[in-house]
Design a binder for this molecule. Structure first.
Ligand code: DAH
Length: 344
């Protein structure tokens, strides 16, 4: 009987001393487990004379209940204190000084994209979006560049399989939109987005860059409409007083095709190091949508016509913000990016 009391007192003392749930569990095993002290007492009962067994048994049971309820009580206490300890540990220090926080800024390319979007939305254009992983069909075939066409060399391409590629120009989206319209006009949209070419990166080339395509199709759309639109854009992007000029060029999807120059915003056309003394800076390619492209997409080229253009956003940003290396846009150097908070 003394032994029972001894075990009980030792257990209750150990439970009182336990400082965490893990050691409490060890105590539970030590006293209440299959090989624990209380079970050992039970086993001893077999050796006792018959008449002592019931008293001994009931004492052991009392001991077991005492220990069990003390364990439960202590467990609850420890759980509560573990919780409040965690709450203290996880507390968020809201006293951090505000001036230590560095906020991100809008990426310069996104600024240019938004500026162009706002400008064209103001002129009644809609904005189209499309896949960067594109079918050869939209990127080349529908743009009047069949498989063996030498113009494919103009755009070194990342192919995924013979029919799938990373789009080399947003002109792919022009084709998707033309096809989607099923010969109905008017169409008036721009499509900004990322494009990819197998170029070696240097100060003026990047294997990933951004373009914005423009497309207008309707009745009596002329080269003069294209010129007026692009002149408006040049003035909005590079400041009032810009003029533009067209130089004949070649793109398979336009006829005629032009290269568009803007009068140099740095010297006002007088000639400087940026425009290499010419007074003009090339900014984009454009033209009248090729009648064959219209026909391939289900339009009657006798009844409607259209203009299109494709402008490189890095080029615009570089001119506008005086950036001399295209790689700056893609290396996420905070010293470069944080310069643009003043435009945000
Ligand atoms: N897709 C051409 C390029 O990436 C740019 C371009 C030129 C787009 C003329 C046009 C266009 O829509 O009419 O070099």
């Amino acid at each position: 009987m003394d032994k029972i009391l001894e075990v009980q007192e030792a257990a209750l003392e150990a439970i009182k001393q336990a400082t965490d749930l893990e050691s409490l569990n060890q105590i539970r095993i030590q006293y209440l487990g299959k090989k624990g002290s209380i079970q050992a007492l039970m086993n001893e009962m077999k050796e006792l004379p018959k008449e002592e067994k019931p008293i001994f048994g009931s004492k052991v049971n009392v001991c077991k209940q005492e220990v069990t309820s003390a364990l439960e009580k202590r467990q609850e206490e420890l759980e509560v204190s573990a919780l409040s300890e965690n709450l203290i540990k996880d507390k968020i220090d809201i006293t951090l000084r505000e001036s230590n926080l560095r906020l991100g800024t809008t990426h310069p390319l996104m600024m240019i994209q938004k500026e162009i979007e706002d400008l064209f939305i103001g002129m009644g254009y809609t904005i189209a979006e499309g896949p960067e992983v594109e079918e050869d069909y939209y990127n080349f075939e529908l743009a009047n560049i069949p498989k063996d066409h030498p113009a494919r060399d103009m755009q070194d391409t990342f192919y995924i399989d013979p029919n799938t590629l990373l789009r080399t120009h947003t002109t792919a989206m022009q084709m998707r939109e033309l096809e989607k319209a099923k010969g109905t006009t008017p169409i008036k949209l721009i499509c900004p987005g990322k494009v990819y070419r197998r170029d070696d990166d240097d100060a003026t080339h990047s294997h990933q860059f951004m373009q914005c395509e423009g497309l207008v199709v309707g009745e009596n759309i002329t080269l003069a409409d294209l010129k007026g639109t692009l002149e408006h854009m040049a003035n909005a992007m590079f400041g009032e007083g810009r003029t533009i000029r067209f130089r004949p060029s070649y793109f398979p999807f336009t006829e005629p095709s032009v290269e568009v120059d803007v009068s140099c915003p740095f010297c006002n056309g007088k000639g400087c190091s940026v425009c290499k003394g010419s007074g003009w800076i090339e900014i984009l390619g454009a033209g009248m949508v090729h009648p064959h492209v219209l026909e391939m997409n289900g339009f009657d080229a006798e009844k409607c016509s259209g203009f299109a253009f494709g402008v490189g956003l890095e080029r615009v940003a570089m001119l506008k913000y005086g950036i001399d290396d295209i790689r700056n846009f893609y290396i996420n150097d905070q010293r470069f990016l944080k310069n643009f908070d003043r435009y945000d």
